[in-house]
Design a protein around this ligand. Structure first.
Ligand code: DOR
Ligand code: ZN
Length: 430
């Protein structure tokens, strides 16, 4: 199978490439990149005026299998990824049961191979049942292909447990991903603590709940030498702590979500449950710090934290709603609109943060268009104007704080392992 992408602006920061080129994909790999390729392909795509990028990678997705298929499933979650221009997702283990053993890792991989539209990496739990009491068999899960380990949704509150986990995975060079939020400090709050929470009368979660947790995690990385990755950084204190840890050579990396980069706690003032998320949307000073951290490399890449819940769970009063909302179908459009069109980030920086960097840090073969790399490609129209319409989403549950947002920039084709999985917003049949 040969797929030829003609005349696109190929942007691949991993090889400092930004030039109009043809790209030939053959048998699931990048075969050739050159000024002009004249080969008879099975399929040709005219990418004149479009950006051709290494496939986008989202290392923080909740696909909710096994056991929570009322919220999301592998089929619809990966269709949503394809629709959003994302070619690889890594799914979190806070499922029912929790993905905390090798059998479940293998099971999710097999389901993904049977039902998925994009590549699925599996993140295993750090502790059994994400209960924080006993280490999970991370060695076994690593041997079965788990990408990394996380108790996402929960902070591993016991420092002793977390240090043991770091030593354990450090021995085989895997990464711990921390949901860094002190649960005691966060327990009585429903949104960011600040002027907006005071005004609308909703108890707040202080930013220091995140700062304290991130500081502990950085100290554990420093003490053990293990690689700790901080999920969804949302507070200016956390950005500062990570920046200083990196400066002294600590083995820590971090991510920012689309929503923490682009929304403030003002969004919660409508009491729309689609704005409830953990960590919470914060005030503008925190958003500015997260953007600054992303710009200067303190925060390494962008994720969605796609975390749908069933409509009946979200359709309740603000305080009762679970945290999380879908994000795979809005991430690129929102980031291009808010960071690229407003000239805060170049397209090269954005591709690096949404593809090259996550691949590089988590040692994936994708995230680049070098000859021989996996044929995962996202084709982007930087000028396409569109409005977020959740009724058109592929995800099973479409609550989103971005409903009605006017965007500029969208993925117009998604190619996974050399096969078109999305064209002009429509996901192709498997
Ligand atoms: O808002 C969130 N929802 N944050 C998390 O860390 C977990 C996620 C979920 O699983 O729903
Ligand atoms: Zn989390």
């Amino acid at each position: 199978m040969k797929l030829l992408i003609k005349n696109g602006r190929v942007v691949d920061p991993s090889q400092n490439l930004d030039a109009v080129q043809d790209v030939l994909l053959e048998n699931g790999k990048v075969k050739e990149i050159a000024k002009k390729i004249t080969v008879k392909a099975d399929e040709e795509i005219d990418a004149t005026g479009l950006v051709v990028a290494p496939g986008l990678i989202d290392l923080h997705t909740h696909l909710r299998e096994p056991g929570q298929e009322a919220k999301e499933d592998i089929e619809h979650g990966t269709m949503a990824a394809a629709a959003g221009g994302i070619t690889t997702v890594a799914c979190m283990p806070n499922t029912t049961p929790v993905i905390d053993n090798a059998v479940l890792v293998t099971g999710v991989k097999e389901r993904a191979a049977a039902k998925g539209y994009v590549h699925v990496e599996v993140i295993g739990a750090i502790t059994k049942g994400e209960a924080g009491k006993e280490l999970a068999e991370m060695g076994d899960m690593a041997a079965s292909g788990a990408l990394a380990f996380s108790d996402d949704g929960h902070y591993v509150q016991s420092s002793r447990m977390f240090i043991n986990a770091a030593r354990y995975v450090g021995a085989f060079k895997k990464i711990l991903i921390s949901h860094s939020l002190d649960p005691e400090l966060a327990a009585d709050g429903y949104m960011h603590e600040g002027a907006v929470s005071a005004r609308i009368g909703v108890p707040g979660i202080p930013a220091v709940a995140e700062d304290i947790a991130v500081a502990r995690d950085c100290l554990v990385a420093e003490y053990t030498g293990a690689h700790i990755h901080i999920a969804h950084v949302a507070s200016k204190g956390a950005v500062d702590i990570i920046r200083r840890a990196k400066a002294r050579g600590v083995n820590v990396t971090a991510e920012a979500t689309v929503h923490h980069l682009t929304l403030t706690d003002e969004a919660c003032a409508t009491y729309d449950t689609a704005t409830r998320v953990s960590p919470p949307l914060r005030s503008a000073d925190h958003v500015a710090a997260v953007r600054e951290g992303l710009k200067d490399g303190t925060l390494d890449f962008i994720v969605t934290d796609h975390a749908p819940h069933a409509a009946e769970e979200k359709d309740v009063e603000f305080r009762k709603a679970p945290c999380g909302f879908c994000g795979l179908e809005t991430s690129l459009g929102v980031i291009l609109t808010e960071l690229y069109q407003k000239k805060l980030f170049t397209i090269n920086e954005i591709i690096a943060k949404m593809s090259c960097e996550p691949a590089h840090i988590f040692a994936l073969k994708s995230g680049n268009l070098k000859v021989g790399a996996p044929a995962d490609v996202t084709i982007i129209d930087l000028n396409k104007e569109w409005t977020v319409d959740k009724s058109k989403f592929y995800t099973l549950n479409n609550a989103t704080p971005f409903e009605g947002k006017q965007c500029k920039g969208k993925a117009v084709a998604t190619i996974v392992a050399g096969k078109l999985v999305m064209r002009d917003g429509v996901v192709c049949k498997r």
